[in-house]
Write a protein that binds this ligand. Structure first.
Ligand code: GLP
Length: 257
């Protein structure tokens, strides 16, 4: 894992969005795995700005979202369909036919999950998966105790996640989510986290054991992961000074001669 600790939230958003823009420049028909949540808003804001300035073109890009609540209308403002439209798709030129998000009201849930996996494969797999992290170490909606090899399926959300996402335990209880096994097949992963409230999850993910008790810790087994965080989210990391040194000397590390 490459741990990149940056001084401000804006630096974190810029670093993450810059990696996505860089990928699209190298590969205009890239397949992006996208995430939702408050943390991602700044990333989408930067991507939108880059698009408006003519720095990035999404017309050949495919986007595949990690997850969606189950049992609500896609037009419901709580849905990730709505979130993505409002915060990203309405502002950039991703083509409708190149957008894939699990359907929140499928006729057959199991068939929807299988079809979602098939669609990812049909599009050649995900080049870069953007991730946030829950306070309990979940990625997508893979809550603690999720199998580290699972594929797309329905998961039950914890009370903690409901409170974090809706302010109470009244929100949608179930979600369709890519499994950790699905996420691990992405070519590269960029995980973004901000603030003290994520510091425990970040420390368990980066420096704890690989365990289903912290599903994000499975990313230790992925060869190309960038963890982009601010100092608050990084403060519990034991090797914080080491990560900072490596980042500061990145050029020397990559070109030693
Ligand atoms: C939800 C999403 C995750 C996201 C997490 C953190 O549970 N399913 O993909 O990483 O929220 O969100 P936030 O950035 O709002 O803390």
């Amino acid at each position: 894992m490459e741990v990149i600790i940056l001084p401000t939230e804006e630096d974190v958003f810029l670093e993450a969005s810059g990696r996505i823009v860089g990928l699209i420049h190298r590969k205009p028909d890239a397949v992006l795995g996208l995430a939702t949540g408050k943390t991602m808003l700044g990333v989408y804001r930067n991507l939108t700005a880059a698009h408006e300035q003519g720095k990035v073109d999404f017309s050949s890009v495919t986007t595949i979202n990690l997850d969606e609540y189950l049992g609500i209308d896609p037009a419901n403002p709580l849905s990730f369909h709505s979130y993505m439209r409002k915060n990203f798709f309405d502002h950039v030129n991703v083509l409708q036919e190149n957008i894939l998000i699990p359907h929140p009201l499928p006729d057959d849930v199991e068939a929807e999950c299988e079809n979602f996996e098939r669609q990812i494969k049909k599009r050649g797999g995900i080049d870069l998966q953007l991730l946030g992290i829950g306070r309990d170490g979940h990625i997508g909606f893979n809550e603690p105790s999720s199998s580290l090899q699972a594929r797309t399926r329905v998961k039950t959300l914890t009370d903690q996640t409901l409170k974090d996402n809706f302010g109470s335990t009244e929100g949608p209880r179930f979600a369709i989510t890519m499994g950790i096994g699905t996420i691990m097949e992405a070519g590269e992963i960029v995980l973004v986290a901000l603030g003290n409230e994520k510091s425990e999850a970040i420390s368990h993910m980066v420096e704890g054991p690989v365990t289903a008790s912290c599903p994000a810790s499975a990313l230790q087994l992925h060869p190309k992961v960038k963890v982009i965080v601010d100092h608050e989210a990084a403060w519990l990391l034991k090797r914080k000074e080491y990560y900072l040194w490596v980042w500061e000397h990145k050029n020397e590390v990559e070109n030693p001669h």
